[in-house]
Design a protein around this ligand. Structure first.
Ligand code: SAM
Length: 218
């Protein structure tokens, strides 16, 4: 990791530490407007998990949740009744402590501090990682996005999913500390670099889009 990467991760960790301190382990504590939109995002991301997974005969689906925050996705998955072996990773230490405290006793689940996934899983997801750029220069932030996508690719056997704020947001709603991606550019990047099978979901009513990258399993 370069000095730039280290400083960038530090800046992210400090930002979310403040959010958590002010709002607790709630959607607002990870900078979302509320639980409804947070769940709607999760519903898009988990579409990466193929319908043929999560049944008793298959055994648990292994899932990496990069930038897990306080682990709201794990709660969502448990409520869906999916058989999951879950690992949440976040670079903000107090966030990981909050996630552990919120999920005491949940089987097949663990949380760790880090800026990248630690294992090869069936799937990886990342929700909300690329939105708050603060004052990081755009080229550096774009490198962060690309490096993170490479990590998701390396860490996923069957596929991965993530979301970004969209450059098609209404101009009066856009904020200078946030980062908006052109969906067609991210789609092209994923097609060229990761897989022929890429879905772009831009139809769920939020100022963002979700990308699903499905990999060929030999
Ligand atoms: C907007 S919050 C979303 C939290 C959670 N995914 C959710 O949707 O409830 C983004 C989280 O990602 C973490 N994060 C950002 N970049 C990361 C990275 N490269 N590695 C690990 N965590 C990261 C932040 O610390 C923060 O907790």
């Amino acid at each position: 990791m370069t000095c730039d990467d280290h400083a960038l991760h530090e800046g992210i960790a400090r930002y979310y530490e403040r959010r958590l301190r002010d709002n607790g382990p709630t959607p607002q504590g990870v900078d979302w407007n509320g639980a409804e939109s947070q769940q709607l995002r999760f519903a898009q991301l988990v579409r990466i998990i193929q319908a043929d997974h999560g049944t008793e005969s298959d055994g648990p689906v292994t899932l990496n949740d990069l930038g897990c925050g306080y682990g709201a996705l794990l709660t969502f998955l448990v409520e869906q009744g999916l058989d999951i072996d879950y690992e949440g990773t976040d670079l903000c230490e107090p966030m990981v402590q909050a996630a552990r405290a919120c999920h005491v006793g949940v089987a097949n689940a663990r949380f760790r501090i880090g800026g990248a996934c630690s294992r090869l899983a069936d799937y990886s997801v990342a929700s909300g990682l690329f939105n708050v750029r603060q004052d990081v220069p755009v080229p550096l932030w774009e490198k962060f996005i690309h490096d993170t996508l490479d990590d998701l690719d390396r860490s996923s056997r069957r596929g991965f999913a993530f979301n970004c704020l969209t450059s098609y947001s209404d101009a009066e709603k856009m904020r200078p500390h946030l980062h908006y991606c052109a969906p067609e550019e991210i789609f092209r990047h994923c097609k060229n670099r990761f897989s022929r099978n890429v879905a772009l979901l831009h139809d769920y009513g939020l100022y963002e889009f979700t990308i699903l990258v499905r990999k060929q399993v030999g």
